[in-house]
Design a binder for this molecule. Structure first.
Ligand code: GLU
Length: 308
């Protein structure tokens, strides 16, 4: 008999109680360092509209790099396949904010989920409009997908990122030097910092990602978000590049497309079935949520969810 989702979520959640607080909260963005490391939330939304959640599933946290999934969605809609002339789709094997490959590869980042690649994607989202309009579009897209009209940007986190984002400034200026950014560095980065500073709950995030489990069509609203081809590609990149230089390890342990953020969140897609969001702020050595990864490993295994 297939395992019951609500039972498994409750069981995995209870098991995580003993692990609360493990890992290290990201402190390179000062406003993120203040988050309580003992938080843990888990939410699953299925394509047929069931939900199951545990713990702090309704507590907002900083979306950080998980926003890159949604800006990639917007950029693919705007530019289609031409996007791939400006950003690759290979795992980098390097840290999320590394600059080393960019010189040899002439300013074309390895994939849209390392910071350099995400900054190029944000540049595309800016095409034909100013920074304010691009930020509003990203926020409104999330509001609509998450069914959360009040979802908003934490301006303190955005300011904190801008004040300390020296590496992101370096990456952006370097790529502008290779003519792979079309807009002023300041506009691109302000947009990028704001998208990373969106506050979202596990429940909202799982809801927002559900279209990726259903070939680009939001199964609950019936709205088409992206084409099936683009949804498939976004999932493929989540699978191969969603956890920076630990993407292989996540594929090995969890077996599902996922995207992590330094706020401690992870969005995971179970094709044709569900979207899962987990949040636990303590990160492992490679910058992915330590307890979140463990919870996903157990949940996926007990539900027999895997693309393999
Ligand atoms: N805003 C973060 C940065 O650019 C995102 C990194 C992440 O979540 O991995 O440094």
């Amino acid at each position: 008999m297939p395992a019951d989702l609500a039972d498994v979520v409750a069981e995995v959640g209870r098991e995580m109680e003993a692990h609360r607080g493990e890992g290290r909260v990201a402190d390179y963005i000062p406003a993120l360092a203040r988050v309580d490391a003992r938080r843990f939330g888990l939410a699953v939304v299925t394509c047929d509209g069931r939900t199951a959640e545990y713990g702090d599933a309704w507590v907002p946290f900083s979306i950080q790099s998980i926003s890159k999934v949604f800006t990639l969605t917007l950029a693919l809609k705007r530019q289609g396949e031409a996007l791939w002339t400006r950003v690759g789709r290979e795992p980098s094997g390097s840290r999320f904010n590394s600059i080393v490959q960019l010189e040899a590869e002439r300013g074309v980042p390895r994939n849209p989920f390392i910071n350099a690649g995400a900054i190029v994607v944000t540049d595309v989202v800016l095409d034909g409009r100013g920074f304010d309009a691009a930020v509003a579009d990203i926020r409104d897209t999330l509001r609509e997908l998450a069914d959360a009209p009040n979802l908003d940007i934490d301006t303190e986190v955005a300011r904190s990122e801008a004040a300390t984002g020296f590496r992101n400034y370096a990456l952006a200026n370097f790529m502008r030097g290779f003519d792979n950014l079309k807009h002023p560095v300041e506009d691109v980065l302000q947009t990028y910092f704001n998208q990373c500073a969106l506050r979202i709950t596990c429940r909202q995030l799982a809801r927002a990602g559900l279209f990726l489990a259903a070939e680009g069509l939001d199964p609950l609203s019936g709205r088409r978000v992206v084409s099936p081809e683009h949804a498939r590609r976004i999932n493929a990149i989540m699978m191969t590049c969603g956890h920076y230089d630990a993407s292989g390890d996540f594929a090995f342990k969890v077996g599902l497309p996922g995207k992590s953020g330094v706020g401690g969140g992870i969005l995971t897609i179970v094709p044709d079935q569900a979207a899962i969001a987990v949040w636990s702020p303590g990160l492992n050595d490679v910058g992915n949520s330590q307890v979140g990864t463990l919870a996903l490993e157990r949940l996926a295994s007990r539900m027999r969810w895997s693309v393999f």
